[in-house]
Ligand binder design. Sequence first.
Ligand SMILES: [Zn+2]
Length: 125
Amino acid sequence: MNTMCSACGLQGYPARVGVDVIEMFQSPPVPYRITRADEWACPGCGQRWVEGYSTKATQHFEPTFMADVEEACGAVRRTGDEPGAGVRICWERADDRRPPDVGLALLQLWLLKVAARAGERLRKP
Ligand SMILES: [Zn+2]
C-alpha cells in the first residue's frame, strides 16, 4: 500500500501492523466500535496515522463487544508489550481527546462500570 506524509512528501512506513482502534461516542465518551487497523509513520517528521481498517468491526450492541474491548485493553499481544500498547482510541470530538494512558484508564473504568451493572442485574430477584 502506498501512503505518504503530505507535509514531508515522504512515503510512510508501517510502524505497527495490527492495532485495535476503539472509536468513542457520546458525552462523556464511551466505546462505540472496535476495529483492527495498522499504524503508519513518517520517516521525516515522525507523524503517525492509522489506516488499512479491517472490514470486520464489532459494534457496541453486539454480544462480544465488551469482551473485545477488554481483550484489547488488557491483552499482551506481543512479547514485551505492555497491556493496552496496541490500542488506539479515536475520539469523536477534539474536546474529548485525552492522552493515550488516560484514555486507556477511562476504557478500563468503563469496563468495570458495565461489569458492575451486569452483576447488579444478576443479583436482582
Ligand atoms: Zn512527515
